[in-house]
Write a protein that binds this ligand. Structure first.
Ligand SMILES: NC(=O)c1ccc[n+]([C@@H]2O[C@H](COP(=O)([O-])OP(=O)(O)OC[C@H]3O[C@@H](n4cnc5c(N)ncnc54)[C@H](OP(=O)(O)O)[C@@H]3O)[C@@H](O)[C@H]2O)c1
Length: 245
């Protein structure tokens, strides 16, 4: 019924929502296993959390590579003997209108946002099945259901995450595994820095005027994890109070 003592693997822990979740969960007593590509940032974060009395390790991982995500989960198993939570959070959002034909960005979004989540599921599931418990948390977005121009492919990837999570929920019922989809609205992170179209970047910056701090996401993650084992929080949508869509 608490976060304390749980082994939590987090992808995309080098900034934004993943970093905030790592800090908060570690402060509540979780052992966090941090994955992302920027190992320098991850190592700095892990050192900081350990210095504060927490448990954290940093692992360089590109979630588009199935083998690297398996290695990440294996690090958790080697160190702690189990994995309680897989937080599939890594994601990118290089938004652009379809007519500008940024096919490479579309592919990267599909690879990171969709395949990355699937790789996390593939890596964590065998261990959770063997344990007969565990929780897989996938980060979608309100963009999964709110389709707006320039965010079409991003929305498609997040709709896929939602569908994958709902299917996973049904498939893992026999094993006592919990599944949670988190769909944030605007949260102040570096996500929009990856937008390469200046007009779209400007529009997103304006829309993010009332964005929530990343700590709000961390609180939601902790809430979903801290429920009693028989309570499966499946779907949480949250946004800034003033955000219309
Ligand atoms: N901020 C929002 O308003 C918002 C709203 C709804 C949903 N989301 C979702 O929240 C999640 C986190 O995004 P954020 O807002 O925290 O943005 P962020 O600050 O840019 O963080 C993205 C994280 O993903 C990691 N990442 C990107 N590509 C990766 C790859 N190939 N392999 C491993 N890690 C990778 C980045 O680490 P490295 O670059 O070090 O690899 C970074 O840690 C994303 O799934 C995003 O779609 C965000």
């Amino acid at each position: 019924m608490s976060v304390n003592g749980k082994v939590v693997v987090i992808t995309g822990a080098s900034s934004g929502l993943g970093e905030a979740a790592a800090r908060h969960l570690a402060s509540l007593g979780a052992a966090v296993v941090l994955g992302a590509r920027r190992i320098d940032r991850l190592t700095g974060l892990a050192n900081e959390l350990v210095a504060a009395g927490g448990q954290a390790i940093a692992c360089e991982v590109d979630v588009t590579d199935d083998a690297q995500v398996r290695d990440l989960v294996d690090r958790a198993i080697d160190r702690h003997g189990r994995i309680d939570v897989m937080l599939n959070n890594a994601g990118i959002a290089p938004l652009s209108p379809l007519e500008r034909g940024r096919v490479e960005d579309w592919s990267r979004m599909i690879d990171v946002n969709v395949k990355g989540v699937l790789h996390g599921i593939a890596a964590a599931l065998p261990h959770m099945k063997a344990q007969r418990e565990g929780q897989i948390i996938n980060v979608a977005s309100i963009a999964a259901t709110r389709i707006v121009p320039a965010a079409v492919v991003y929305s498609a990837t997040k709709a896929a995450v939602w569908a994958i999570s709902e299917g996973l929920r049904q498939e893992v019922k026999p094993y006592g595994i919990r599944t949670t989809t988190l769909s944030p609205g605007a949260v102040a992170t570096a996500l929009a820095d990856g937008i390469r179209e200046p007009d779209i970047a400007d529009a997103v910056k304006q829309a993010y005027g009332d964005a929530l701090p990343a700590e709000a996401f961390a609180e939601v993650v902790a809430f979903a994890i801290a429920q009693p084992a028989h309570v499966d929080i499946n779907d949480i949508v949250f946004r800034p109070t003033h955000q219309l869509i």
